[in-house]
Design a protein around this ligand. Structure first.
Ligand code: BTN
Length: 245
């Protein structure tokens, strides 16, 4: 039987993540609820960036999870599982995407989806995770991001029904979360690395203003990226400590 998610559909909102956080604050949120908006006027991205998405063209939604089965130190697995579910969904549509560490979803070098996870912990317990996903579906022109963004429609040459896309993507998320719920982290961890952009490839990276050659050889369960340098040394990076050139 298919999993059922309670969905709130909004025509317009500031940000679905912010909306869901307000529902949590006022005690109105229920486990696994989904807030889906046709338009966000203050969509938020990682690192205080904005997330731009034309009205009624793309998916912008957030999910509330209470991953009590996950220790806060293992929260990166949630990141991996969500990234993989988008990869799975796109693959079902013949779109072969990769995960740019930590969780940008790319086709070639262009971004097709972004993920913003906002966590809350109480001591050593996961209280909740608000998982915000923006997936470019039918938008074809990205004025400020022409060489950086792409949509499903640009790749498939046809419009997609947003409700169906949401439904199928939620199914894919449910399937990946099952692994986490039963503590089967190794499948998630291995699949994440197999779908990682530039995994085991030599490429150029930048720290501060200095470029260097390196090869991604691992991602730690805590999320750090491990890059092998030309001198044989392996360096570990936290998000934003290293830039992909
Ligand atoms: C990123 O790549 O920077 C993350 C983008 C996340 C965007 C989604 S859209 C739905 C949810 N609501 C938000 O305000 N942001 C996330």
């Amino acid at each position: 039987m298919e999993h059922s998610w309670p969905v709130i559909n909004l025509s317009s909102v500031d940000s679905t993540n912010s909306y869901l956080l307000r529902l949590i604050d006022t005690g109105q949120a229920v486990h696994e609820m989904v807030v889906n908006a046709r338009f966000q006027n203050q969509g938020r991205g990682q690192n205080n960036n904005t997330w731009e998405s034309d009205p009624c063209q793309n998916l912008t939604f957030s999910i509330l999870l209470k991953p009590t089965y996950l220790k806060p130190s293992l929260m990166f697995y949630l990141n991996q599982a969500i990234s993989l579910s988008i990869i799975d969904y796109l693959k079902d549509n013949q779109i072969f995407a990769r995960i740019k560490w930590p969780n940008d979803i790319l086709v070639g070098c262009k971004k097709i989806a972004g993920i913003l996870i906002e966590n809350s912990f109480l001591g050593d317990t996961y209280q909740y995770a608000v998982i915000g996903i923006g997936l470019n579906v039918n938008q074809e022109l990205f004025p400020d991001l022409q060489h950086k963004a792409i949509s499903m429609k640009s790749l498939l040459g046809k419009d997609l029904n947003l409700d169906i896309v949401l439904h199928r993507l939620l199914n894919a998320i449910h399937l990946r979360l099952k692994y986490l719920k039963r503590g089967d982290f190794s499948v998630i961890y291995d699949d994440y690395k197999q779908n990682l952009h530039l995994y085991q490839c030599w490429s150029t990276y930048k720290i501060k203003d200095e470029n260097f050659k390196g090869k991604i050889i691992d991602v730690k369960p805590s999320g750090e990226l491990c890059i092998l340098l030309e001198n044989g040394e392996v360096k570990e990076f936290l998000n934003k400590e290293v830039v992909f050139v």
